[in-house]
Design a protein around this ligand. Structure first.
Ligand code: 13P
Length: 258
């Protein structure tokens, strides 16, 4: 099926770096990215978002955050940062439901759904992350688990909300482990996710970008991105190196029309 989905490659820097390294990495990616076939996004640690925004300047590389508060209005929420504040800093995207936040920081399905809604209330585009653990995969429950994670957001926000969002499938056992999902296994999950959306709205399903994340490297990116329902990647470790990140972006650009 030919699609008009523009591939996206997003870098999740997680909790790495200083202002100085963030400035260099952001500036490097911003200057060297010149292939309009792929959309690039950088998600630095929150405290470095301003520095990276400056380093990117007029570059077409978009800025994203790794998290936001589930509350929309200013108020007594010590330590939290709202979607409106992120938008004000120049963010266009925000990760929601990353597995590290689900596992370590209490972002259960209901919280994820609220954060998704809070992002859209601030006109940010949420990148909703879903993924199963190794135990769940071995029990044959991968499709059920990711389906339930997606459904929690659809139930709260409505399927139409997915028109202004990106989905990311990140199997927990593949994150930071060097163990990537086989391209066909990832494709099976991506197709399932798209199918779930299509049951409610075929048009939105057809245009929804679904990224794969979990040990994506320059050497395995092309095979993953060649799959019909994989529209790019959410990159952790390899996004901390500008050359690796840009070479993954290039792999996405080259597989634009499946
Ligand atoms: P790695 O690419 O380091 O496996 O991380 C993936 C990820 O969690 C991106 O959000």
């Amino acid at each position: 099926m030919a699609t008009t989905r523009r591939p996206m490659v997003a870098g999740n820097w997680k909790m790495h770096g200083t202002r100085a390294t963030a400035r260099v990495l952001g500036g490097d990616v911003g200057r060297r990215h010149e292939d309009a076939r792929v959309e690039l996004v950088l998600c630095p640690p929150l405290v470095h978002v301003g520095v990276v925004a400056e380093a990117l300047g007029q570059s077409p590389v978009a800025l994203g955050a790794q998290n936001l508060a589930r509350w929309t209005d200013d108020g007594a929420y010590t330590g939290e940062v709202s979607g409106a504040m992120l938008a004000d800093m120049g963010c266009r995207y925000v990760l929601v439901g990353h597995s590290e936040r689900r596992a370590l920081l209490g972002d259960e399905d209901a919280v994820v759904a609220e954060k998704f809604a809070a992002a859209q209330a601030a006109r940010l585009l949420p990148i909703l992350c879903v993924g199963e653990t190794l135990e769940e995969r071995e029990a044959g429950r991968s499709l059920d688990v990711v389906g339930a994670q997606l459904r929690a957001v659809i139930d709260h926000c409505g399927v139409a909300a997915l028109a202004d969002a990106v989905l990311a499938y990140e199997p927990v056992w593949a994150i930071g482990t060097g163990r990537t999902a086989a391209a066909e296994d990832a494709q099976e999950v991506h197709a399932h996710l798209r199918c779930l959306v299509a049951e409610q709205d075929a048009k939105i399903a057809g245009s929804l970008r679904i990224l794969y994340g979990g040990s994506v490297k320059p050497g395995n990116a092309a095979e993953l991105f060649a799959q019909a329902d994989i529209d790019g990647g959410l990159i952790g470790g390899a996004s901390l190196n500008a050359g690796d990140f840009l070479s993954i972006a290039q792999a996405a650009a080259q597989t634009q029309s499946h």
